[in-house]
Design a protein around this ligand. Structure first.
Ligand code: AMP
Length: 214
């Protein structure tokens, strides 16, 4: 199966992509995670991406397209869920062209809907376990009791100023992709509000409708 999980920052894409990837044995490909690893390892991509990421801006398309193309080639363009990519119309066109060249059409784009007023709250209370990559929310999905606080990371771009910038980037560059996907892919919308399991069930339900109509 080849999927794109689409939605604003803080919609729960990372959490849902991880669950879905485990259940369906797909590669979870998060460009944000890949870029953060590159920054930590101070690779050329990481050095180029770092400033954009800290400011909450999008990393240039050619950098991100390059890492996605490389990773998808490693898995023969099959069995993946993309999280946080594509984020611009140019990236989306690049992806569709790449998949077409490899006879590997996208099955669906699943869009997680979360109203904007909830996003800032979600992001500012989000924490990541440095060791496992697990994502928590201090109020709604708190880390287990006893987990050392120093393991919990508050991302630099989850601070108020960067959050505002990321939302502007989303509105101007990523949201227009909705119409692109509606025209060129199987686009399904899922309500992203509510608990983790509730949303997971809605995603599964949406995917089962695709599977039965495919
Ligand atoms: P995320 O973890 O998906 O919220 O991504 C964190 C940051 O990485 C974004 O704010 C961007 O700076 C960068 N990034 C991740 N994916 C992309 C992408 N597809 N295009 C451009 N920049 C990206």
């Amino acid at each position: 199966m080849r999927l794109v999980l689409f939605g604003p920052p803080g919609a729960g894409k990372g959490t849902q992509a991880k669950l879905l990837a485990e259940r369906r044995n797909l590669l979870h490909l998060s460009t944000g995670d890949m870029l953060r690893t590159a920054v930590r390892n101070e690779t050329p991509v990481g050095i180029e991406a770092n400033g954009y990421m800290t400011a909450g801006e999008l990393v240039p398309d050619d950098v991100v397209n390059g890492i996605v193309a490389e990773t998808l080639a490693e898995i023969d363009h099959t069995g993946f869920i993309l999280d946080g990519y594509p984020r611009t119309v140019d990236q989306a066109q690049f992806l569709l062209d790449l998949l077409e060249e490899n006879n590997a059409p996208l099955d669906a784009v699943v869009s997680l809907r979360v109203p904007e007023e909830h996003i800032v709250q979600r992001l500012s209370r989000r924490r990541t376990d440095r060791e496992t990559g697990e994502i928590y929310h201090l109020d709604f999905n708190p880390p287990p009791a006893g987990l050392r606080e120093t393991r919990l990371q508050h991302r630099a771009d989850d601070q108020p100023e960067a959050i505002r910038k990321r939302l502007t980037e989303y509105r101007t560059k990523t949201e227009p992709l909705e119409n692109f996907f509606k025209a060129k892919a199987h686009f399904v919308e899922v309500d992203g509000m509510g608990g983790l399991d509730e949303v997971r069930e809605r995603v599964e339900e949406a995917l089962s409708t695709i599977e039965t109509t495919a």
